[in-house]
Design a protein around this ligand. Structure first.
Ligand code: C2E
Ligand code: MG
Ligand code: MG
Ligand code: MG
Length: 271
C-alpha cells in the first residue's frame, strides 16, 4: 500500500518492509553493545607455504558470540557494520586484538587482518595501526593487511596516504578475493602489493572448468614475474592441493589444512 506524505514522496507501508527495518535497528543496537560487552572474538586460519608445508601465517577472521544466537558469521554483520560506520571501531578492535595475539607467537608467523575500505578511508587509520603494533610490541613486518580490489577503485587521498604510511613502516599488503572485483592489473603497478589471494571460486571450479584453471595458472605466472606471493583460498581436497602445487602457487589456505579456529586451538600448531 503506497501513501503520499503530501510532499510528493511516496512511502510504502509494507509490513514486511517495516519488520526488516525493525530487525535492522535491533541488530545495530546489538552490535554496539557487543563491542562494549566483549562478544567479538577472532578465529585464526593457517596460511600454508607449499614448499615446506609450513604455517607461515594465520588469517584473523571475526566472529560474534551472540548471547542467544551463538557464533555469528561475519558475512551476516560486516555489511551492516560498514553501512553504520561501526566497522571503524570494530575494525580497530580487530587490529589491536590480532596484534596482541600475534605478539605471543613465533617470529615467522605473520598475522593477516581484513580491512574494509571504510577503515582505509579514515584519516587516522595508519596512525591507529602503528599504535596497535607499538602497544602490542609486534614488528610491523608481521602484520599483513588484506584489502579487496574495490578498496582501490575509489581511491581517495586519505586511503593512498594510509597505504603509503603503512607500507613505509614495513606492513605488508595482500589483495583479497582476487579475480572477483573489477580487477585492473594497473592496480598492481600503482599499489605495491605483496600478495595476491586468488578467490576460492577459482579453486572450486578448477577441476571441472578449464578457464578457472587457466586463470589460476595466469595469476601464478603474473605473481612470479612481478615478485608477488600468490595464495589460493579454499583448498579443501588433496586434488586441489595438487593443482596449486602444479601451477606453482606459493601458499594455500583452506579446510584441508584447518578451518578457522579459536586462538587457543591454533596456538598449539604454530611451532
Ligand atoms: P575472506 O577474507 O576471503 O576470508 C576467507 C573466508 O573463506 C573465511 O570465511 C573462511 O572461513 C573461508 N574459508 C577458508 N577456507 C575455506 C575452504 O576451504 N572452503 C570454504 N568454503 N571456505 C573457506 P568467514 O570467516 O566466514 O569470513 C567471510 C568474510 O568476512 C571474509 O572473507 C572477509 O571478507 C570478512 N571478514 C572476516 N573477518 C573480518 C574482519 O575482521 N574485518 C572485515 N572487514 N571483514 C572480515
Ligand atoms: Mg581475507
Ligand atoms: Mg579472501
Ligand atoms: Mg573470500
Amino acid at each position: 500500500h503506497a501513501k503520499s506524505n503530501g510532499r510528493g514522496t511516496v512511502h510504502l507501508f509494507d509490513p514486511a518492509l517495516s519488520e526488516a527495518a525493525r530487525q535492522r535497528r535491533v541488530l545495530e543496537a546489538e552490535l554496539r553493545t557487543a563491542l562494549a560487552e566483549n562478544q567479538f572474538e577472532l578465529h585464526y586460519q593457517p596460511l600454508v607455504e607449499l614448499g615446506g608445508q609450513r604455517t607461515v601465517g594465520v588469517e584473523a577472521l571475526l566472529r560474534w558470540r551472540h548471547p542467544e544466537r551463538g557464533l555469528v558469521s561475519p558475512v551476516l554483520f560486516i555489511p551492516l557494520a560498514e553501512e553504520m560506520g561501526f566497522i571503524v571501531p570494530l575494525g580497530d578492535w580487530v587490529i589491536r586484538q590480532a596484534c596482541r595475539d600475534a605478539a605471543k607467537w613465533p617470529d615467522h608467523v605473520v598475522v593477516a587482518v581484513n580491512v574494509s575500505g571504510i577503515q582505509l578511508h579514515q584519516k587516522g587509520f595508519a596512525a591507529s595501526v602503528l599504535a596497535a603494533l607499538r602497544e602490542a610490541g609486534l614488528a610491523p613486518g608481521r602484520l599483513e593487511v588484506e584489502i579487496t580490489e574495490s578498496v582501490l577503485i575509489d581511491e581517495s587521498e586519505a586511503s593512498l596516504d594510509n597505504l603509503e604510511t603503512l607500507r613505509a613502516a614495513g606492513i605488508r599488503f595482500a589483495m583479497d578475493d582476487f579475480g572477483t572485483g573489477y580487477s585492473s592489473l594497473s592496480y598492481l603497478r600503482r599499489f605495491p602489493i605483496d600478495k595476491i589471494k586468488i578467490d576460492r571460486s577459482f579453486m572450486k571450479d578448477a577441476q571441472t572448468n578449464a578457464d578457472a584453471l587457466a586463470i589460476i595458472r595466469a595469476i601464478a605466472g603474473l605473481g612470479a614475474s612481478l615478485g608477488i606471493t600468490t595464495l589460493v583460498e579454499g583448498v579443501e581436497t588433496e586434488e586441489q592441493l595438487g593443482i596449486a602445487r602444479a601451477e606453482g602457487i606459493d601458499q594455500v589456505q583452506g579446510y584441508l589444512f584447518s578451518r578457522p579456529q579459536p586462538k587457543a586451538e591454533i596456538e598449539g600448531k604454530l611451532g
